[in-house]
Every structure is written in C-alpha cells, then in structure tokens.
Design a protein around this ligand. Structure first.
Ligand SMILES: [Zn+2]
Length: 485
C-alpha cells in the first residue's frame, strides 16, 4: 500500500497538468444512469447535528474540461463530482439542523487562500474537504478510498477520530477499505493548505472517496444516486463524530492572573495549584481517566483527577520565573480525543533571574541530583531569551536534562534544534548522532485555550485531600500531589 501511495498523485494539491485546452465552461452532469444503489439516509433523527457548524469544501472548480488530469474515463471530472457530493451533503446536514457553509456552490475557481479565509470567518465546529483521487496508473484499476488529516497522528486527535469514522463509512460503499493517513505522507514539506491553515480552528479531514481515473469507479461517480450515497457516508461520519462529542478544556490557576502588557497573562505565585477543567463534549459522556496527558514546558506532569472533570497537575516543586506553556489532551468515554490544547502564562521575572536559573539549572542537571528541577530552570531561563548568543549552549544543557529524566525523544529534539538552527555552533559535532540526512521537524503548539483564575481550587484540593487521607495535614509547599492529594 505504501509503495502504491508513493506512485499515486493524491488530488488535493497536484497542479493541473493541462490548462485551457478545451475551454468547456458549463457545469453539466455527463452521465445519468439508472440508480444502482438503494439506501439514502433520512436526516431527521440526527439531533446531535442541530446547531453544529460544518464547513464543506468542494475541491477544485472552474477548470472543467481544461483540467485533463482530473478527468476520468467517459469524461467525468473530479471537480463536478466533488461539487455534487458537497451539495448533497450540505442539504442533508442542513435538513438535520446543522449550519453549513460551502467554499463554493457552483463551478468556479476559489483559491485555497480564499477557502481558508472563509473557513476562519465561519469558525466551524468541523471541516470536510470533498475530493476524489487520480493516478497515472490508469490501466491498473487502482481504486481505494483514503482520508487525510493534518500533521502527526500524535497531535491530530479529533481529526483522526473523524478520519477513521469517514474511512469506515467509505468502506461500506467501496470494496477496499484504503487507509487513513497524514497529509504529510503525500506532501511531506507542508501538508495540505486547507488542513494546515485550519489545524487550530477545528477538526478537519480531506476525503478521497476513490479514483475517478478508474473506469468502473468513474461510472459510479457519474451516477447521481451514487453521489448521494457518498454524501451519506460523510453525513453519517459527521453525525457519529458529534454523537461521540468534541472534548475540550481550559487551564485554571489558584492564584491571581493579571493581564500584563509585556508578559501577557502574569502570575506572581510560584506554587499555585494548576488544574485542567475538562469538558467531555457530549451529554452523558465522561472523561476517560486513563487518557489524560499533560506537560508543562514539555516536561511530563503528573495528573490527578479529583472531580469528574477537574484534573490537578503535579509540575514538581515549584514554577520558575519566565514564560510557561501547559499542554494537554484527553479522550472522553466515547473514544473521541480532544485536540492537543495549550495555554501560556508568565511567572513574574525579577532582575538576575536569568543568570541565577542558568547557573543553578546547569549545576543540577550536571550533578544528576535533581535533574528535573534543573531542566525546568533551564527551560524557564530560555523562555526569557530565545535569541541569546549562547542559546545553543542552553539547548545543549536542556537536551542533557531531558536525557537525565529518561525522555530520549525530547533530548533528540533539542539536539536537532542545535543542528537546524545554529550552523556555527561548537556543539554540532556532539549533537549529530547519526550519519543520516538531517530532517527538519514540524512544530505543533496545540489549540490555544484559556488560562483562568479559579479561586476555589485550593479549597477543592484541600477537601479532596481531607476525604482521602483524613489525618494527613495539607502542606502549602507546592502541589506535590503524590504526597498531599
Ligand atoms: Zn482533488
């Protein structure tokens, strides 16, 4: 399958090979055959879609007849099929109470930048981009569906959930199941624009429901009844996605959170309770307790669920002056994942903090006595000065810190940062681990969420501790949850 994928041109980005040759303009349905497929989804009864905002992107357009690459046997063109399916889908979603916007409603060329802008303006709960695939192997009967999500499977969360649901629906109407895959598998430098530029906006997928270049499938795609069946596949996947729910959350702190013109969200307490307020995203769904993952500045944080949807973080002894990022994700009881979410704040910085954190951080990492705290000091110091002339030195010690706490991936990541970002670094010989060609990594910060003050957090934690260990005194020396909660 992988070898096959390499030889197939997924249609989402591939430029038209031949433009402006035939000049055919009108959108027409070239083949109207007798319906060969029974079925048809009745949109009523899908209450989970009521009020949901869905952006439906019909791929391509405006080059009918001129775009030879996207024409299949019998003259069926991808862009007209995309539009028909998208329109059927729009009507079904709207009939179920969803609010739908399309990137195009007719045969016209809408630039990708415009599609992205339309989606951002609409602020949908979900985006689907309707495409069909083509290949230069036209005589090989290549035909399978695939669904693309943006970036890494580790970060795709809800998009991956939607992709798998859609793939399962495609499989019900096609012989092969095909694959769910990252758009980086096909477009390794940038992924696809429509998914990349909306990655923090909402879950999104590109559906490639088979190959218009295959003779038998081209006949199906020219069949209006079959187009409706494909729209049903999208409809059912979207409905199931919303039934399972879209988990989300916010980050809360027990201390005051000020809005500072320089530092952004500012706190002055170095030992606040930091917690996640989690929303399973669907009525009657709950949090999958084992699924919650959290990091503070990339260092794994302990998590303790102390209420149904309140999770307290164990970030170690204390926070250090500088900017911090809390990243987290989780799944609900119906198996839908949240996106990776992130919230940023700054702990007040005072004169001398940078030098103090650097000195103490390097000492602790080197001594191996308390590398985790040393690593946190170095990360906090770096947040104050990312263009420091000795940044490669800081990166080197951070890499050592991650290695000391057993996180080889994060260590390699910071070594790679030296290789990619500091061509004059004296650490280059030491940071190059293999002879393989260096590959640039892609960052995914996470969907931004709020960082809010919640005054009752300390009380809630204290009550939780009291109920769990009635005789244990509550310490105010920092949220070492293994000890106090
Ligand atoms: Zn396409």
């Amino acid at each position: 399958m992988n070898r096959m994928l390499l030889r197939v041109r997924a249609c989402a980005i591939v430029p038209a090979l031949c433009l402006g040759i035939l000049g055919m303009g009108e959108w027409t349905c070239k083949k109207k055959e007798e319906p060969r497929y029974a079925g048809g989804v009745n949109p009523s009864g899908y209450r989970m879609l009521e009020g949901k905002k869905v952006f439906v992107d019909a791929g391509h357009g405006g080059s009918l007849g001129a775009d030879i690459f996207r024409q299949g046997p019998g003259g069926v063109s991808e862009e007209e099929v995309n539009l028909r399916v998208a329109r059927y889908l729009r009507d079904k979603l709207a009939a179920a109470g969803a609010i739908v916007r399309m990137s195009r409603e007719k045969d016209e060329d809408v630039p990708l930048e415009r599609r992205v802008a339309m989606a951002k303006e609409f602020a949908p709960d979900l985006l689907v981009s309707v495409h069909h695939n083509g290949t230069v192997r036209r005589m090989d009967r290549v035909n399978y569906p695939c669904v693309l999500f943006w970036g890494s499977a580790h970060n795709a969360g809800p998009s991956l959930n939607l992709a798998e649901l859609l793939q399962n629906e495609f499989h019900k109407i096609m012989e092969d199941r095909g694959r769910v895959l990252s758009d980086f598998a096909a477009f390794p430098e940038t992924g696809t624009m429509i998914l990349r530029e909306t990655r923090y906006l909402c879950p999104g997928v590109i559906g490639e429901a088979g190959f218009f270049s295959d003779e038998r499938h081209a006949l199906r795609l020219a069949d209006l009844q079959y187009n409706q069946l494909e729209a049903d596949a999208y409809f059912l996947a979207i409905a199931e996605f919303f039934r399972r729910g879209a988990p989300s959350g916010t980050v809360r702190a027990s201390c005051a959170v000020e809005s500072d013109p320089i530092a952004g969200l500012l706190i002055k307490d170095d030992r606040p309770v930091i917690a996640l307020r989690l929303d399973p995203g669907a009525k009657d769904a709950t949090i999958d307790r084992s699924s919650v993952r959290a990091w503070v500045d990339g260092v794994p944080a302990g998590v303790t669920l102390i209420e149904d949807a309140l999770c307290v973080l164990d970030y170690g002894e204390r926070l250090y002056p500088g900017a911090h990022a809390v990243r987290f994700s989780f799944a609900n009881s119906r198996g839908n994942r949240s996106p990776v979410m992130h919230a940023t704040f700054t702990l007040e910085i005072k004169a001398g903090d940078f030098d103090r954190l650097m000195g103490e951080g390097v000492r602790l990492v080197k001594s191996r006595r308390n590398p985790r705290e040393g690593l946190k000091m170095l990360l906090a110091a770096r947040s104050m000065s990312v263009t420091h002339p000795d940044d490669d030195t800081i990166l080197w010690h951070i890499a050592q810190g991650f290695a000391r706490i057993g996180d080889a991936n994060a260590s390699d990541y910071y070594l790679a940062k030296i290789r990619h970002c500091y061509p004059e670094s004296s650490y280059l010989p030491k940071s190059a681990r293999t002879q393989s060609e260096p590959r640039m990594m892609v960052e995914y910060k996470g969907a931004p969420v709020s960082f809010l003050h919640e005054a009752s957090l300390e009380h809630v934690c204290r009550e939780h501790t009291r109920k769990k260990t009635p005789s244990a005194p509550v310490r105010r020396s920092g949220p070492r949850l293994n000890e106090v909660i």
